[in-house]
Ligand binder design. Structure first.
Ligand code: SF4
Length: 383
């Protein structure tokens, strides 16, 4: 009998099978109307990464344009929130704990990693419960977890806060930066410079919220949306499904990622979020500005574990450097390489904007796959 690992590997292989990929790409070419230009937004940063990693852009017809959306939580976090979080960590006995992808995100006075080099107690954790463990191990210190992410990661933060309360662990708090995906999509659709035909719906977020919250996009905005997985065949199949809808003049929500995404979402995860969080009246998104009811904060029942209520937070607002065009790239108005700083002042080694930091950021994904590939080709032509 095959081991679990072998079964797992076969499963992934099926979604990367070259013959099926070329058949599906052929179907896309057959379905796409040559007289028409299609603009499809992949909302999720994981999809953006997959598009560049697997070279999907190269096998699609030129008249299908993929627009990268705002679904990378690190990328949409304004610099002021990073400064606010770091300012709490400057207080005596505070340990700043965050996921690894936050560590290189620049704040006004440097990234968390640079603050660590200057002596701040900054720790990388792999989950909120790791941060809680840190609090148990350091009863004389205060551990502040810098929480970030869409509805995908918010439930585990909520469960950790519930756990801290149940254990009576008072040297732990959360600086909450969790955001919600639907208001961001609404802001994109309201943006006057944005013209889209369809959406490739986010796979990870939908495992929690399900497919129902997207119905207004189909019903009110008349845009088809297909919730998609992250393997090459997932994404190509999703494009086929979108093209079928567009060809038939339909607009509906479909679920290509049924093996993971339940239509109604994950009720237990939603319940944990509802128990601990409430919607903020508004929240600033990098590149998109203030969006109402687009982020979560810890509710009064759990105030003791809310870093914003336990500490004085300066509420710093920072404007991005003028030449940085993160906002336009986030809204899909510009491609990453069209930013004036791309590949020169701004690289993954020296990021000027958050889109160059996270592997899900469109600038980093473009740089790591497309830009490096182009550089290799030009070097090999010189040899
Ligand atoms: S290249 Fe850098 S500055 Fe320009 S949009 Fe990307 S992350 Fe922002």
């Amino acid at each position: 009998m095959a081991s679990k690992e072998e079964i797992g590997m076969r499963f992934v292989d099926e979604f990367r099978e070259p013959e099926l990929i070329s058949k599906t790409a052929e179907e896309i070419r057959r379905l796409a109307d040559r007289e028409r230009h299609y603009r499809m937004m992949e909302v999720c940063g994981g999809h953006t990464h997959a598009i560049y990693r697997f070279g999907l852009k190269d096998i699609l017809p030129e008249n299908i344009e993929l627009i990268h959306g705002p679904g990378c939580p690190v990328c949409v976090l304004p610099m002021g929130r990073i400064d606010d979080g770091l300012s709490i960590a400057q207080q005596p006995d505070v340990i700043f704990a965050a996921f690894g992808d936050m560590m290189r995100v620049p704040g006004t006075l440097g990234s968390p990693l640079e603050h660590k080099a200057r002596g701040m107690d900054v720790r990388i954790v792999y989950s909120p419960s790791d941060a809680l463990k840190l609090a148990r191990l350091n009863p004389d210190r205060h551990v502040m977890f810098f929480a970030i992410g869409f509805e995908t990661t918010a439930p585990s933060t909520a469960l950790t806060i519930m756990r801290a309360k149940a254990e009576g662990l008072r040297n732990f708090s959360v600086f909450c930066n969790h955001v919600t995906i639907i208001p961001a999509i609404r802001a994109i659709l309201d943006s006057p410079d944005m013209r889209l035909d369809a959406f490739i719906g986010p796979g990870h977020v939908s495992t929690v919220i399900g497919c129902r919250p997207y119905e207004w996009i189909a019903q009110n905005e008349r845009k088809p949306i297909v919730v998609s997985g992250f393997e090459p065949l997932d994404m190509l199949q999703s494009i086929v499904m979108l093209l079928h809808q567009l060809k038939a003049g339909e607009a509906k929500v479909e679920n290509q990622y049924k093996r993971v995404v339940p239509w109604e979402g994950n009720r237990a995860a939603l319940k944990a979020m509802a128990e601990v969080f409430e919607l903020r009246p508004y929240f600033e998104w990098r590149g998109l500005g203030f969006i109402s009811q687009s982020a979560l904060r810890v509710n009064a029942k759990y105030a003791e574990w809310d870093a914003e209520q336990r500490f004085a937070v300066p509420g710093i607002r920072v404007t991005d450097p003028k030449a940085a065009q993160c906002g336009e790239v986030l809204k899909g108005v510009l491609k990453p390489h069209q930013c004036k700083l791309f590949g020169r002042e701004c690289t993954p080694e020296h990021p000027m904007g958050a889109l160059m930091v996270s592997s899900e950021g469109s600038c980093a994904a473009y740089y790591n796959y497309e830009h490096r590939k182009a550089a290799m080709v030009s070097l090999s032509s010189m040899a």
